[in-house]
Design a protein around this ligand. Structure first.
Ligand code: ATP
Length: 440
């Protein structure tokens, strides 16, 4: 269904969800800017994650570590030596791919190569390419000042493990959650916001007693799958993929991906990894600082194991867009709908005066002002037929449209129309905020 992807990309641009970065300069490859609706959607995905992972629990604490870290962090973590992808290059046209994503038997540009070029279009031997972006700290551009843009947020949690544990007075088992940008110089970014070089991660590191790790890994796998389902993602388009021995990252004992069936195939949405004590052990060795946890009850001293949940926020937003997109016929007219969960919808309610007379716009404006005071993201629209106004909101994923009509003047009620069921109910205008709050 590559067609669906094109439709989602086009809707995303048309309605201001996602724009290509630096578009007026021809675009910066694989970087995307989130527009007015997109930034709300992405923040709502991040907030839903934070609320489930931090606010709803007493055993997970939040953290916001810097993007730039001491360069030794990346030596200890193994990223400097091991965060590489095998890169293959087409000998004829010089195009590059990650080895597992290269087209079989050469690239498609073969036919369009200039005359006289070696048309064999053979792929060369894979060579390793480090995915970390480098830059310099301070004014001198020399090797000693080289730092890296973090390729994952997790390391911030490991180096702060004891800071968080002691200041928050947590006991094992407990976790550290973090939302933040990560950067990877991907060889083949693409599929819109699926794989980009700059992206936001939602990661949580859960520190457990060695021996309890397998059980916690299973627990977090189930929790995270449940979270995606609760957001309304179709269960038949979600599945688990356990990593075989050849797929495991250098730090992982066991790993499972939550995969989603994108229009371009089943792909990872989130990873749940048992990272053992690999990271803490390495930071202890490279920093020379003891990172062991002392159990206050038993006095036991040990390095905890870590179960990690790692999701890309932009990738999750893409899942929400693709999964929610549908086209349907309503009363002989076609409509495009984004069936977003109300918690994720950028605009929660739209307010329309049915006509621009009889004082209806004034009543609608008073209602929209109240919604803003109550901090319920809302939109006012009085342009065009009521049908067109509904269509505009359906495409943006707005769950409810509130219409002020002639009857409002008589009995102070408004019509609330549901995006999915199309059901209309009349609600007292003073109760609209409460009605919406009950459903958000
Ligand atoms: P892949 O094998 O696809 O490169 P990964 O297994 O290296 O990904 P992780 O390191 O487990 O990915 O990252 C955790 C999550 O971060 C992924 O599940 C994904 O949602 C997100 N993510 C990773 N790389 C990117 C990227 N380049 N663009 C957008 N999101 C990403």
């Amino acid at each position: 269904m590559p067609d669906l992807m094109e439709k989602v990309v086009s809707l995303a641009k048309r309605r201001g969800f996602v724009f290509q970065s630096s578009e007026i300069y021809g675009g910066a490859s694989s970087v995307w800017d989130y527009g007015p609706l997109g930034v709300e959607l992405r923040r709502n995905v991040a907030d839903a994650w934070w609320s489930a992972m931090v606010h709803a629990r007493d055993d997970v604490e939040g953290l916001d570590a810097g993007i730039l870290m001491h360069p030794r962090v990346w030596e200890a973590s193994g990223h400097l030596s091991g965060f590489t992808d095998p890169l293959v290059e087409c000998r004829a046209c010089k195009k590059r791919w990650r080895a597992d994503q290269a087209p079989e038997g050469g690239c498609a540009a073969k036919a369009s190569l200039p005359k006289g070029t070696d048309k064999s279009c053979e792929l060369g031997e894979p060579r390793l390419f480090n995915l970390m972006f480098k830059t310099f700290m301070g004014p001198v551009e020399e090797e000693a000042a080289m730092v890296y843009l973090r390729p994952e947020t997790a390391q911030g949690a490991y180096v702060n493990f004891l800071n968080v544990q002691q200041t928050a007075r947590q006991r094992i088992p407990f976790g550290i959650a973090q939302l933040g940008k990560a950067f990877r110089n991907e060889i083949t970014p693409g599929n819109f916001i699926f794989r980009t070089r700059e992206f936001e991660q939602a990661e949580m590191q859960f520190f457990v007693k060695p021996g309890d790790d397998d059980e916690w890994w299973e627990y977090w796998r189930d929790q995270r799958m449940g979270w995606h389902r609760e957001l309304g993602i179709a269960p038949e388009r979600l599945r688990l993929h356990a990593h075989g021995p050849g797929e495991l990252a250098h730090y992982a004992k066991t790993a499972v991906d939550i995969e989603y069936e994108f229009p371009f195939g089943w792909q990872e949405l989130e990873g749940i990894h048992n990272r053992t004590d690999f990271d803490l052990e390495r930071h202890q060795e490279y920093s020379g600082k003891r990172l062991a946890y002392i159990d206050p009850a038993s006095g036991d001293r040990y390095l905890p194991y870590v179960v990690e949940t790692a999701m890309g926020v932009g990738r999750a937003a893409l899942v929400v867009l693709v999964d929610g997109y549908r086209e349907e016929e309503v009363a002989g007219q076609s409509r495009v709908v984004l069936g977003l969960h109300p918690a994720l919808a950028p605009v929660k309610a739209a307010v329309f005066p049915l006509m621009k007379k009889l004082g209806l716009p004034e009543i609608a404006e008073r209602l929209i002002a109240e919604l803003r005071r109550e901090r319920i993201p809302a939109m006012y629209d009085q342009a065009g037929s009521i049908g067109r106004r509904y269509r505009r909101q359906d495409e943006a994923g707005t769950p409810w449209c509130v219409t002020i009509d002639g009857q409002t003047k008589d009995d102070d009620t408004a019509t609330i129309r549901d995006r999915d069921s199309l059901e209309q109910v009349r609600v007292g205008i003073d109760h609209v905020v409460g009605w919406l709050r009950e459903r958000l």
